[in-house]
Design a protein around this ligand. Structure first.
Ligand code: SF4
Length: 105
């Protein structure tokens, strides 16, 4: 007799647990900064240019010379990696490299 009720109760608990599993991932996505270090798919020569010639880093040592302020930077959506006209691979707007050229004022 109380089987339908038990099943309904179980489904309600399942819905609550599912919602609980989704919320932390959603909150994490909001607070997470973009990591732009994945160079999967780049040719070894492009990785060498990125890491050695340009010496790209995820966080510019001098914030006045960060990628977001560079003429070569191509922005993407907020909190997403952009790209660069000369350094291949994902580019962090807070990153930097030796090839920095300031945007015209
Ligand atoms: S040239 Fe260097 S500093 Fe400028 S956007 Fe590209 S990676 Fe960033």
């Amino acid at each position: 007799m109380d089987r339908p009720l038990a099943r309904r109760e179980a489904l309600r608990h399942l819905a609550v647990l599912s919602a609980a599993a989704v919320v932390p991932g959603f909150l994490l996505g909001c607070s997470k900064k973009a990591s732009c270090e994945d160079v999967t798919g780049l040719a070894p020569a492009d990785v060498a240019i990125r890491t050695q010639t340009a010496a790209y880093v995820e966080a510019a040592a001098d914030v006045s010379k960060k990628c977001a302020l560079c003429v070569q930077y191509v922005p993407a959506a907020p909190n997403a990696c952009g790209s660069c006209k000369v350094v291949k691979g994902p580019i962090n707007p807070e990153g930097g490299c030796k090839l920095f050229v300031p945007k015209p004022a």
